[in-house]
Design a binder for this molecule. Structure first.
Ligand code: PM9
Length: 462
């Protein structure tokens, strides 16, 4: 028998425990959506059928991780699970020092507070909500130095997360290297569509930064997914292991912040990892104020064990191939249907291009927020707005930012949903697409001060 060119992959696990899903009626969903003020963050999880809000903390842990949970050493100080985690962070990420934190933003808070002084500038490859907020709260100003292609949903550049070296150099010239404590490089870039950075680009960023005495701080939250894209897209890396690529990526930085809730297959946890002993000393001291003692940082011993074991599993080829393969699969099906999405598909999610999906809505009518609400109404599938609401307001002028990207994120938790769930999701998006012309926009009726996308409320425009 002739073999097909592209062989199928299957989930590289079998299912041992299941959690039953609840189906709702359109009337129940309409009521739930009204109560949630058209904000999918405010829905009760009980009212959701397939939850694609986020891949953060929503992963399914393996039996190996659950077994590790039973080996939690809950001593207040010096838990053996801390040392296991420290060992694996050193082994796989290559940093010398580890400060555990309850999640990613705990690490962002600490590094921002230590290194940023009022008046500083922090370049980065596109903003991330919590990262930029901590930088601003410390008195800094974020400057986007990502390549232009990242802001174009249709550009098929293989490394849309890359830093534009010219933009970076221009900023250094303009404000002076002394006013730039570090550059943040996110691997992958969430807000651009889960887009990767190439090793070559990161190496150049590292060299330029070193020349000017500027640190490179990675947001390594999805660095393992980034390593997979390097392996499949960057010349010379085809035969390297994911673990080796990860190690190399981190070698071009001074530190990283990490939300373990993504790549590392856990439900809670994060860390700051560093190479400089003086900064580490300050971080170790600060973590006791905001998170917990430096050997637990807001986590239980069992959480640290699950995260340590998660690192070992996350770098496995079969895991990462299927994880990104699932996203790719949905992307291919939606593209076949002519549905506008961000190309190429990224690591953790499909991003629907709401500007193109609902071209009759102005950005101030919140097309992505509207589309996320409509998808929920259609099918009980929960997604997330990543557009004008997430972008927030300019801290100087108070005006809305109007980002080029107005997207709805269908985010895939790791090892949670099957290919059949993916098919149902595709069909639900298609149904909304078929009635898109009749969809009306939203107006914001409540806006919280920080990270408004979490709690803002909306009403339908009549
Ligand atoms: N990301 C996500 O759904 C969690 C909620 S949205 C704020 O994508 C990056 C690249 C992230 C991220 C969280 C954090 C913060 C830092 N960097 O949520 O604090 O995607 O663990 O991590 C979310 P924590």
């Amino acid at each position: 028998m002739e073999q097909s060119k592209k062989r199928s992959w299957a989930e590289p696990f079998k299912i041992k425990v299941v959690e039953l899903l609840k189906m709702t009626t359109p009337e129940e969903r309409q009521k739930a959506l009204l109560e949630a003020g058209y904000n999918t963050f405010l829905l009760r999880s009980d009212d959701v059928y397939i939850d694609l809000l986020t891949d953060s903390g929503t992963n399914a842990m393996s039996d190996y991780q659950w077994a590790g949970m039973m080996l939690g050493d809950e001593a207040y100080a010096g838990s053996k699970n801390f040392y296991n985690l420290e060992h694996n962070v050193q082994k796989y990420y290559g940093y010398k020092y580890l400060v555990p934190t309850h999640q990613g933003r705990g690490a962002e808070h600490i590094i921002s507070k230590i290194l940023i002084k009022p008046g500083h500038y922090i370049p980065g490859n596109m903003y991330f909500t919590t990262t930029r907020l901590h930088q601003e709260l410390a008195g800094g100003t974020f400057v986007d130095v990502i390549i232009d292609e990242a802001h174009d949903p249709e550009s098929t550049h293989p490394f849309k997360g890359n830093v534009d070296l010219q933009k970076y150099e221009d900023l250094i010239k303009k404000v002076g290297p002394k006013n730039i404590p570090y550059i943040t490089v996110a691997l992958t870039v969430n807000m651009a569509g889960g887009q990767p950075v190439s090793v070559e680009n990161l190496k150049q960023v590292h060299e330029m930064s070193k020349k000017h005495g500027i640190r490179v701080v990675l947001d390594a939250t999805r660095a393992i997914e980034n390593a997979y894209f390097v392996k499949t897209r960057e010349k010379g890396y085809e035969n390297k292991s994911i673990a080796d690529i990860l190690h190399e990526l981190c070698s071009y930085s001074n530190a990283c912040t990490m939300s373990g809730k993504k790549d590392l297959l856990v439900n809670i946890g994060g860390f700051l990892a560093l190479n400089e002993s003086e900064v580490f000393e300050e971080a170790r001291n600060m973590v006791v104020v905001y998170e917990g003692l430096h050997t637990y940082g807001g986590l239980a011993g069992r959480d640290m064990e699950a995260m340590s074991r998660g690192i070992e599993e996350a770098v496995q080829e079969a895991h990462i191939r299927a994880r990104i393969g699932q996203v790719e699969y949905v992307g291919e099906r939606l593209t076949e249907l002519g549905i506008p999405i961000v190309h190429p598909t990224g690591g953790h999610a499909i991003f629907l291009n709401a500007k193109k999906f609902l071209p009759h809505l102005k950005q101030i009518e919140f097309p992505a927020q509207t589309l996320a609400a409509e998808l929920y109404l259609e099918s009980g599938i929960r997604s997330m707005e990543r557009g004008i609401v997430s972008a927030g307001r300019d801290k100087q002028t108070g005006d809305h930012y109007f980002p080029k990207l107005e997207l709805v994120r269908l985010t895939f938790p790791r090892r949670v949903y099957t290919q059949a769930h993916c098919d149902v999701t595709t069909e639900a998006v298609e149904s909304v697409f078929n009635r898109k012309d009749k969809i009306k926009g939203l107006k914001m009726v409540y806006e919280p001060k920080y990270l408004r996308f979490f709690q803002a409320r909306f009403d339908k425009l009549s």
